[in-house]
Design a protein around this ligand. Sequence first.
Ligand SMILES: [Zn+2]
Length: 225
Amino acid sequence: MVSDAQAQRSIRLVIFGRQGAGKGTQAVELAKHYSIPHISTGDMLRAAVRDGTEFGLKAKEIMDRGELVSDDVMLGMVAERLSLPDAANGWILDGFPRTTQQAEDLRSLLGDAGIDLAIDLNVPEDVVVKRIASRRVCEKCGTNYAAPDINIPTVPCTVEGCGGQAVQRADDTEEAVRKRLALYESQTAPLLDWYHGQGLLVIVDGVGAPTEVQAELVGVIDAAV
Ligand SMILES: [Zn+2]
């Protein structure tokens, strides 16, 4: 039995983290733990493009031109998603806001209630670079491996009967990863400052076993909500 207090508890979270910090995995687990939807704007955009919705076609056109979907359009998409019944008791937002303007838009959208917490799942840059740059993907079957060292170019695939070689994808080279991380940093740092200024930011150490990180996150959220 769930008590009334628990049933009525609403949890509104925003989560940030570098690529490779395990943000997606942790967000999915948190969503399960609190029975709230994990709302990933990246997933929503990809799904809309894949399904060829009117919005998806428009978004694809913008992204194909190498541009970012505008704050207005993103806010519209998020507002629509947050109005669905499954989001009535809260949600965990992942991928939005991405700019301070979007954070202000979200605050206007939510009104007085606002969000409960903005979580920065922190894993140092060198750690995520090592995680991503050591990733090798089998050319034949797509299985992922972690090379023991980022300078080892290939790893033999161990899937029975495959016989393929796992190689590094162009996106996963150290240079490509550092470039993406620098862009993330420049976009996100002002946003984290903004949430810090609102007294809503909490930094959680994302290094360590996923179950330990999850326990830490739950502890922080339970203390705040
Ligand atoms: Zn293979």
